[in-house]
Design a protein around this ligand. Sequence first.
Ligand code: SIN
Ligand code: FE2
Length: 212
Amino acid sequence: MAPVEIVPGCLYWPGWLDRAGQEALAAELRTILAKAPLFVPRMPRTGKPFSVRISSCGPLGWVSDIAGYRYQATHPETGEAWPPLPPLLTRAWAELAGSPLEPEACLINWYAPDARMGLHQDRDEDEFSAPVLSLSLGDTAVFRIGGTARKDPTRSIRLASGDALLLSGPARLAFHGVDRIVPETSTLLKQPGRINLTLRRVRRAELGEIRP
Ligand code: SIN
Ligand code: FE2
C-alpha cells in the first residue's frame, strides 16, 4: 500500500490495519497494560498532569515527571521491566519504518474523550536518523503537524482506528499534537477514547548492528 505524504517525510497509510489486525493489537495491549499499568505523566518542573495516561513496552519506555522527560528501562510505579514489544509491532516497524535499526520503545498513549496533546517535538531520543512510527486504535483524533519550528504553519489530518503514520526524514523533528478526539467514531475499544502507539529508536546504533 503506497502512503500519502502529508508534509515532506510525514507518510500516512489510512486503514493500514484491518479490523482483525486492530482487534489483535488491542488484545495484545490489554495484556501489556495489565503488567505495565497506565499512569499519569507530569510536566517537568511544574508537575502539572498531562491529560493522556501512558505506559510503554519494549526495552525502554518514555516517562515524564517533575525531574524531566527521559527513557528508562523500568515502569516508574511498579519498578518492573517494561513488557517486550509484541511481534505485531516489530513487524509493523520492519514493514513501514524503512530503517535498518530496531525499535527500542513503544509509547502507549491513552486518550479519554476529553484528552489532548499540545504541539511538541519528539526529541528525547539520541538517534534521529530512525523515524517515529505511529499506530492509532479506537476513536479518531484530529492530529496537527507543522514544521521544525513552533511558528511554522500547521495542517491537520484525522487519524482513525488502524491508521499508520511515519515521522521520518525532514518530518522527524516536526512539531505535532492532538487537538481533540472525535467522539463515537469507532467501536473497537470497550470504552470511548483512543490509543496511540509510537514506536521509536532511542539509542545510537552500536557497531555491527546496522544490517541493510
Ligand atoms: C505523540 O505525539 O506521542 C502522540 C501522537 C498521537 O497521539 O497521535
Ligand atoms: Fe510526539
